[in-house]
Design a protein around this ligand. Structure first.
Ligand SMILES: C[S@@+](CC[C@H](N)C(=O)[O-])C[C@H]1O[C@@H](n2cnc3c(N)ncnc32)[C@H](O)[C@@H]1O
Length: 123
């Protein structure tokens, strides 16, 4: 979710070949066009760009992993967003969220792409 120009997404798409699929769900159509071009240039055929709503994920089938990097802070209501995303996971599916803090060594170049840590209780 939120693949941007594909730093992680292109690598994930390579890693699931030949039988897996990576759905790249982004809310920005131009970004997805760039991503598709980057995949084509590299001969990657396991990537499926999907123009998605900012409010919910809608992959065409349940997935093994929802991977979110530097995008969590874009969500206005992250709790209902991920509550809804649970039903999109396969039974052993996982969610991985990579997000920077607003302070620290990366802050100078990542800011404002970060968020304040919150306590959460696994269910
Ligand atoms: C800062 S970029 C992160 C790119 C990439 N994940 C990375 O780590 O390099 C954020 C991306 O998320 C997309 N985005 C923002 N809000 C979104 C949402 N609610 N649903 C889907 N994509 C979203 C933006 O269009 C952008 O491509």
């Amino acid at each position: 979710m939120g693949p941007g120009h594909g730093h992680f997404t292109l690598r994930l798409a390579v890693s699931v070949a030949p039988d897996g699929i990576v759905y790249a769900a982004d809310a920005d159509a131009d970004t997805l066009d760039d991503l598709r071009r980057a995949a084509d240039e590299r001969g990657i055929d396991t990537l499926r760009p999907i123009l998605t709503s900012r409010r919910r994920l809608e992959p065409p089938e349940p997935v093994d992993l929802i991977f979110v990097s530097a995008t969590y802070h874009h969500l206005r209501r992250p709790v209902p967003y991920f509550a809804g995303a649970r039903s999109l996971l396969r039974p052993t599916g996982r969610v991985a969220i990579l997000e920077s803090r607003l302070e620290g060594v990366a802050a100078r170049w990542m800011n404002p792409h970060g968020s304040v840590p919150v306590e959460c209780t696994p269910r």
